[in-house]
Write a protein that binds this ligand. Structure first.
Ligand code: FAD
Length: 286
């Protein structure tokens, strides 16, 4: 097995695109190394992207924030301003594993591992994050909801990597939240996850919203009907009921030992409502 750690995106893309056998990007390694040890994957080439500046930076851009794909959850938590603007994204990244795992696990790895239960993905989708992909054909932008096609299936082409994510500018009175259900308090895979991002107008009416659900379908879902259910409301009880109904209707979960179909649908509705209430509360003080 060959290990390379290029210092430019072009270098990483050239290595990945030119690889003869199986090639994998290495970010934090908290999924990849586990899978290699379990013989689930056996790459001929590993391309470590952590020496590439764009993948490791958090910068303000056009009023929004660009977050490198190889920035860890722990680094995001330490950022002096990001937590105020995108608390839901930060809390989602910091639900991943343990303190030790959070010191390695990255947003790019969480997305590109291709799990429908990945914790940071619903929060990124709710935030309206756009992934910046770099490959042999150059650079292109893809909304995060379009990156994952199904379990372990991504819209990335051969040689293409996620370089960074752009979180859009935030109007005043905006915030977000992410909640997940797991059977124990930490170190478990989400049975359901729900991310909500919303903005309020000057009268505290919801003027924009995005709702995303994880682990209730083959890919993390953006649920526009759930957003429409609360836009124009103050998230009063009827709006909460509409949100729950829309979240339920969007779910197409599997039935497994972690949760039955019925249980997952019930939990998705509850978590969508609770996340929306938390985001609303945060937006009021922003
Ligand atoms: C003990 C433990 C607990 C965990 N708990 C959770 C949890 O609670 N919630 C959760 O969601 N996950 C959890 N995970 C899974 C894992 O930690 C996360 O998915 C993490 O975010 C992966 O990031 P990474 O940087 O370590 O990815 P890596 O392991 O480096 O990469 C993962 C995959 O993505 C690819 N990849 C990585 N970066 C890129 C990129 N920029 N462009 C293209 N492809 C890329 C890699 O080739 C690989 O296939 C846990 C893992 C462990 C070991």
């Amino acid at each position: 097995m060959r290990y390379e750690a290029p210092e430019s995106l072009e270098g990483a893309v050239a290595l990945l695109a030119g690889a003869k056998g199986e090639a994998r990007v290495l970010a934090g390694g908290t999924d990849l190394l586990v899978q290699m040890r379990a013989d689930v994957v056996d790459p001929d080439l590993i391309v470590d992207i952590k020496r590439i500046p764009e993948t490791r930076a958090v910068t303000e851009e056009k009023g929004g924030w660009r977050i490198g794909a190889a920035v860890t959850g722990a680094e995001l938590k330490e950022h002096p301003r990001l937590k105020k603007v995108w608390p839901g994204v930060i809390e989602a990244a910091n639900l991943i594993g343990s303190t030790q795992v959070q010191g390695r696990a990255t947003l790019g790895g969480n997305l590109c591992n291709g799990s429908p239960a990945a914790d940071s993905v619903p929060a990124l989708i709710a935030a309206g994050a756009v992934a910046s992909l770099v490959g042999p054909g150059g650079r292109r932008d893809l909304p995060v909801e379009d990156v994952m096609l199904g379990p372990r299936k991504l819209a990335l082409q051969k040689g293409e990597i996620v370089a960074s994510f752009l979180l859009p500018p935030r109007p005043p009175r905006s915030s977000d939240a992410y909640l997940r259900f797991i059977p124990r308090t930490e170190m478990d895979i989400a049975v359901v996850g729900a991310g909500v991002s919303l903005s309020l107008d000057a009268n505290s009416v919801i003027s924009a919203a995005r709702v995303s659900l994880g682990a209730v379908a083959a890919r993390v879902l953006l649920v526009p009907e759930a957003a429409q259910a609360i836009i124009g409301s103050r998230l009063d009880k009827p709006a909460q009921d509409r949100l729950e109904a829309a979240a339920r209707a969007a779910c197409r979960p599997i039935d497994d030992k972690r949760g039955t179909t019925e249980f997952r649908i019930d939990v998705a509705a509850v978590l969508a409502r609770r996340s929306a209430l938390i985001a609303l509360d945060r937006a009021r003080s922003n």
